[in-house]
Structures are given as C-alpha cells and as structure tokens.
Design a binder for this molecule. Structure first.
Ligand code: TNX
Length: 520
C-alpha cells in the first residue's frame, strides 16, 4: 500500500514537472567536457531543456549578431536533428530561449571573452564584442547533451550555472602547409570549421615552398602556371586563384579567424626559381622539385629584380588580406650566406611595412634587425628567441618538440615525420609557453601555433588524423591559464570529445593514453 502511494506521487510529479526540465541525473556544469577549459565555471545543478521549440534570440538590428545566432542554430540543428529558429529579440525573451547579446556583458571581457548564464528557463550569452559571442557559442555547442531522463527523442539539455571566460593569449593558431601537398578550398574550409570549434583564431597558410607556389600573383603569372604544377611525389599540385584565396579569407572571417599568409624566403623558393630564371643568380631556372629535402634553394639576394618580385608579391597578397600579419618565412636558409641573409630580411621587413602589415618570420629572422612590432615564430632555436626579445620583438611559440602536429604520435604512426620527436597527445599538451624557454616570459609571447607540415599528408583525412586529438590541447594551451591545466583532468574532457569527432566525421587517432568513452 505504501509502495502504491509512493508510485502515485511519483507519477503525479512526473506529469506536473516536464521531464526535460528536471533531469533524473543531476547535471553539473563543472563536469562538462568543455575544451578549452573556461576560466571560471559554477554549477547550479539544474538544466535548460533544448528541443525544437527552443528559439535563439539575438540583439535586434545587427546583421553580424544575427549571423552568429544562425550559425549556432544551424550547428545545433545539424548535430541534434532539431529545428531551432532564430529571431531578433523585441522584448525580454521568455522561457525556452537562448539569448545572444552585446549588452550586460560586464567589463574586461576583451575582444573574445564572454559570460554564459544557464538557468532552467534561459541560456544567456553576453559579450562585449561579436567575436566573444562567436567563441561563446562554441561553448554552448559543446554543452548540449542528450536528456537521458526524457523518453522523447529530440530532447537535449544544457547543465545550468555560470561561465565567465576569456583567452590567455591573443594569438591561437594552426599552420597548414599547402605547398608540399596542395589542399583545395573545400578542405581548408573544413579545417577552419574544426579550428572554430576549439576557439582558435588564426590560420597561417604556408603558401610557397620548394615544391609548389600556391597563390596566383597577377604580375608574375608563371609562379602558379609552372611553379604550382606539381607537389611532393610528383602529383599535379594546384593553387588558389586570388578569388579563391579571398573566399578562404572571407570564410575564415565568418568564423572569427584571421588568415596569415606566408611566402617563405629567401630559402624554400625552388618553385619560384623554377618559374622565373631571372630570380636566380646564374640566370638559369632549376627543374621543379618534388622531393622532401630542405635548405638547398635561395632567391638571389644581390639582384634588384628580387626585391621588385617580393614587392609585387607582398603588395598583391596584402591587398587581399585584412589581417595584420604577413609571414616572410626565413627558415632554413642554408643556401644563403648569413651576411646576405641579414640585409635581405631587413629589406623585406621594410617592404612588408610599406604595405601596412606586420612581419612574422621563423625564429631565424632574429639574426636580422627586427622591427619592434615584428614577431619571431620559435620552432627550434632558444638563442634566436632571446635575440628577438632583446630587440623588443614578440614571440609566437611553436616549439617543434611539442607543437608540431606533423610529428608522429609514436613509432607505429603511419603518417608524419619524427625528426623533432614522437609527440603523443599528452606530450603535446604538457607544456607552458611562458616557461618553455628560460628568459622568455609571458609578456614576450603573443600566443601559440601548431604547424602542420604536409610532406607525408596527401588528403583531408590525413590532416584530421594528425590534428585530432592534439589540436584541442594546443587550443587549450593558448586559451586557458596554465594554473587551470593538468593532463589527468584534461584527458577526461578530451575523452568526451570522441563524440564530437564522430559527429563531425573526423578521422582521429584513438590514443591509448585517453580513456575514450564508448559511443552511445
Ligand atoms: C622544418 S619548421 C621546416 C619545414 C619542414 C618541417 C617538417 C620549419 C620552419 N621548417 O620546412 O616541412 O621541418 O617537420
């Protein structure tokens, strides 16, 4: 009898309280698997119910914010099979709404910070800038989970509580080498989508190297006609027309990602040298190159035509690039004498400045006289890093032993190289940019970048396999304060991301060091 009364009470309660608002399992926002880990999270133990009746409201009168709202709705609808609509908020939106707003964000959230407040009735995302809203909607995407307590298919929930979040470093990037093997616009767009999910804000494109020149330069057309016609292994190569490059830039901007174009010089230039004999000191064009050696080519630093060439290339690419940086390479110039290298880099810095851009170069550029706003990308030499900061320049951290995501995970990895190290997922996570090089402190560093060289990578699947699961960790290093990061806690969150990799159809490396959850 007692049991019977209890059952009646339970059934009655179940009828009054919609199941989706009162999940059986208590929710805990602090246990949600958000990557990068947010700066502060507090849980209130309830949940917001998400279903096709949910509406995304945005501040009225802003196309930009409307687009961000639509992006969120599109992604939720695609991954959860929902039919969420987006509307401009007229009055204070009511129950069941997700509100994106630039008001009441509080102060000091900066360009990319946001606050997220989730109650049973509403999700409110506030930021000072649209970029902050865009970063915040990635958090929302990662928080949505199936509501196990509801029998209804199409019932999802978001754990309740508050998140206040902003990045530790302003530059969080990945580099993609499209020269050794060429990757078309659609592949690059996929990479941009993956980066956005982890709040990465920069994609550096390595657009030229010995094996291929990959961007149309109207004043030097043979660069792509001839110089873009092959790749490592002798395949057909390819290049972006200026229109296609602009399309990538625009797609990246729609994801609040800045494109950094790189034209590597004075070394790594065989494709250009093969296309124009006059760029060679002996006036003779070498053959195209499809191997993987480095350090054998050099622009002729003593010829005036070399600087006319660079001026044209920097001018045309800068005109298509809204971001602040132009990457001049500068690495492994073993075929250029150092007494030629230094004045060359100095002069190229002036050209880049003339077209309104800031120089980034691989750490070797610190041998030259750096402009105070130039950035040395540290991949190998600690000495160069110290030389750069002694000149007042800033550092972008890409130490090859940690951040090179073209390195093999271990001896059995079928793709990648291992000249720097084998880099398992914990190795790529366990380091701190601000303590990695003695003498280089946090205030010297603009951020971190994970380079993806593609000597051994021929298709998007290969890129995915090397990116995942290491890239999320690099993203967290750039976003989350070092004091909040530790591998044993991170690996549990990373394990939860297996479901996102599967949803996005990402070909990832199932590292044995991560306790992956069986997919439900
Ligand atoms: C070194 S890292 C290079 C690249 C190669 C890479 C392969 C750097 C600045 N230069 O030319 O592709 O190693 O891991």
């Amino acid at each position: 009898m007692k049991n019977f009364r209890l059952i009646v009470v339970i059934i009655a309660a179940a009828m009054i309280i919609p199941a989706s608002c009162k999940p059986k399992e208590p929710t805990d926002l602090t246990k949600a698997g958000i990557i990068p880990r947010p700066v502060t999270v507090t849980s209130t133990g309830e949940a917001f119910a998400l279903n096709s009746r949910t509406t995304v409201y945005v501040d009225a009168g802003s196309d930009e914010i409307l687009k961000i709202g639509q992006y969120l709705a599109d992604r939720l609808n695609a991954s959860a099979g929902l039919d969420i609509a987006v509307q401009e908020a007229q009055a204070e939106p009511g129950k069941g709404s997700i509100l994106l707003t630039l008001s009441d964000a509080g102060n000091n959230l900066g360009e990319e910070g946001y606050t997220l407040t989730v109650t049973r009735n509403q999700v409110k995302l506030a930021a000072e800038k649209p970029a902050g809203l865009f970063r915040g909607i990635q958090t929302i995407r990662q928080l949505v989970e199936k509501d196990a307590s509801s029998g209804e298919p199409g019932s999802f929930m978001i754990a309740s509580g508050t998140i206040t979040d902003q990045p530790e470093y302003s530059y969080r990037g990945m580099m993609l080498d499209v020269s050794r093997h060429f990757f078309g616009v659609e592949d690059v767009k996929k990479v941009i989508e993956y980066l956005a999910f982890y709040k990465i804000n920069t994609l550096h494109l390595h657009l030229s190297d010995d094996q291929g020149w990959r961007i149309e330069i109207k004043s030097w057309p043979n660069l792509t006609v001839h110089g873009g016609s092959t790749q490592v292994g002798g395949g057909e190569g390819g290049f972006y027309t200026q229109e296609q490059y602009s399309d990538i830039v625009k797609y990246a901007a729609d994801h609040y990602i800045t494109i950094v174009p790189e034209i590597d010089m004075p070394g790594h230039t065989n494709a250009a040298l093969a296309s124009y004999p006059e760029l060679n000191c002996n006036g003779k064009a070498p053959e195209l190159y499809t191997g993987t050696e480095v350090g054998f080519s050099s622009l002729c630093t003593g010829k005036e035509i070399t600087y006319k060439f660079i001026d044209d290339v920097v001018r045309e690419i800068s005109a298509l690039t809204p971001g602040p940086f132009f990457h001049i390479g500068g690495d492994e110039s073993h075929a250029t004498k150092v007494e030629d290298y230094i004045p060359f880099i100095n002069r190229v810095q002036d050209i880049v400045e003339k077209y309104g851009k800031q120089v980034i170069g691989w750490d070797e550029i610190a041998l030259a006289t750096l402009k105070p706003n130039s950035v040395a990308q540290c991949w190998a030499s600690e000495e160069n890093a110290l030389k750069a900061i002694a000149q007042g320049a800033k550092i972008l951290m890409s130490p090859a032993k940690k951040a090179y995501i073209d390195m093999q995970y271990d001896k059995s990895t079928p793709l990648g190289l291992h000249w720097a190290a084998y880099i398992e997922v914990d190795d790529s996570y366990n380091w701190d940019p601000a303590t990695y090089i003695p003498g280089v402190a946090k205030e010297n560093i603009i951020g971190v970048e994970a380079p993806m060289w593609t000597e051994t990578l021929t298709k998007l699947d290969d890129i995915e396999f090397m990116m995942f699961p290491r890239l999320p960790g690099i993203a967290e290093i750039g976003w989350t304060p070092a004091a909040l990061r530790n591998w044993d806690e991170y690996k549990l969150r990373l394990a939860l991301h297996g479901r996102f990799f599967e949803e996005m159809d990402i070909n990832y490396y199932k590292s044995p060091r991560v306790p992956w959850q069986e997919s439900k």
